[in-house]
Design a protein around this ligand. Structure first.
Ligand SMILES: [Zn+2]
Length: 416
């Protein structure tokens, strides 16, 4: 019976501890930087072979997604091919379905120095992507295997989606997420939890933007008055943007990069400015977008000069809703009753795919991966023992949900 499964799961997971660590070692030693397409394809193949070898009851598909657009140093939009989305489905016809999702790309490109795993100390494994988020992939697989290997026969269905581009803003995979979000009751995402063990509750919204300013080149001595200075206009625009900092609580604008100009005896005809904006809530997003529009409209009033804006708030703010709070309470209950410890939450300015799924209407908790820190740096590490612990938490949530314990999550959803 069901209760028997939850007795068997922690024992089963305990026996898998070494295996989980060596699987993570093997996975993280393969480079899958977001822009390393051959690496992404080869890791995708590895994942396909490893994740669920017995495809008797589980179907697998690769989903092709559109390329990512990038404004290059000449101000021209380039297309960058994305890796595939990987998807496994169990009982997709079930009335109640849960999405388990995380990314398989990392921030470390092929030329980065950080390419291999190593033991730092007892229960501390260093390596590229071990916490963010390849450890999360190991957690998902073992949570599901722990249930199915112990005879679980649920009514609910589950779907696992691994995407290839989270670290570059999921620009290629967002459309797919929006398309499928409605098919599920709730989502479990496997970004690492905080080093203190806390999970993330609400998140700010975030967007990356590029300004491309075009003017007119002219000799600075002979025909200065014929020139239209793109660098000067970009500078004024960026100062106006920076002045928005401090005007609204939680809204920050970081002007991160500026390019343009050349020899100082030529009036520059091209300048590019890149910035990131973060907002606390939906109203702040609208406020910021309004201000941005005003700045651009004013800048475009000048003869011979144009300002083009690329990008947008692609990760809307993830705010607490009754449904997300209900999920939080359910996970707290599992921590208390199954792990015998309390669980704390923290808000963050960082964003992830949890923002996008929440905006698409799917309540989710997004830091169910292992405990780790040093993300996006050569100091990244994970606590291997937390892989089994998190897998136990996830198995428990799924098993309880199947038994009808978390009824408030089984929303009657309008499926598309
Ligand atoms: Zn990351």
């Amino acid at each position: 019976m069901s209760a028997g499964i939850l007795d068997a799961v922690p024992l089963w997971l305990d026996e898998q501890q070494d295996c989980m660590k060596s699987d993570l070692f093997a996975l993280a030693n393969q480079n899958s930087g977001s822009d390393n397409l051959p690496g992404l394809l080869s890791v995708a193949q590895w994942l396909e072979d490893w994740f669920w070898p017995d495809l008797a009851n589980v179907s697998f598909q690769r989903v092709a997604i559109p390329p990512r657009q990038l404004v290059n140093a000449r101000g021209v939009v380039e297309q960058l091919e994305a890796g595939p989305i990987l998807r496994w489905d169990f009982q997709p016809q079930a009335k109640r379905r849960v999405l388990l999702m995380i990314h398989y790309d990392t921030v470390f490109g092929v030329d980065h120095v950080f390419q291999a795993c190593r033991d730092i100390e007892e229960d501390k494994l260093g390596g590229p992507g071990v916490a963010d988020a390849k450890g999360g992939i190991v957690v998902i697989r073992n949570a599901l295997q722990a249930l199915h290997q112990n005879g679980w026969q649920p009514d609910i269905g589950w779907t696992v989606i691994l995407n290839p581009d989270e670290e570059v803003g999921s620009l290629s995979s967002t459309g797919y997420m929006v398309q499928v979000a409605n098919a599920f009751d709730f989502g479990l995402l496997f970004e690492p939890s905080l080093p203190s063990g806390e999970l993330v509750s609400n998140r700010k919204g975030s967007g990356n933007f590029d300004f491309v300013v075009r003017g007119r080149a002219a000799h600075a001595g002979r025909h200065f008055e014929d020139g239209r200075n793109a660098v000067a206009l970009l500078s004024r625009v960026l100062v106006q943007l920076d002045d928005l900092n401090g005007q609204r609580k939680g809204t920050t604008i970081n002007v991160g990069a500026v390019q343009g100009g050349g020899p100082v005896n030529i009036v520059p005809n091209l300048a590019i400015g890149r910035f990131n904006a973060r907002v606390l809530d939906q109203e702040s997003q609208w406020w910021f977008e309004g201000k941005l529009k005003q700045i651009i409209e004013a800048a475009n009033q000048q003869e011979g000069l144009s300002v083009e804006l690329h990008g947008g708030v692609t990760s809307p703010p993830k705010q607490l809703t009754p449904e997300i709070e209900s999920l939080m309470r359910a996970i707290e209950t599992v921590y208390r009753e199954q792990l015998g410890k309390p669980l704390a939450w923290r808000a963050t300015g960082g964003v992830c795919d949890g923002n996008k799924l929440a905006a698409a209407g799917l309540p989710n908790i997004d830091t169910l991966g292992p405990v780790g820190d040093g993300l996006h740096s050569s100091k990244e590490w994970v606590q291997p023992s937390s892989l089994a612990e998190k897998a136990y938490v996830i198995a428990s949530i799924l098993e309880r949900y199947d038994r009808g314990e978390l009824e408030e999550l089984a929303r009657v959803r309008q499926r598309t």
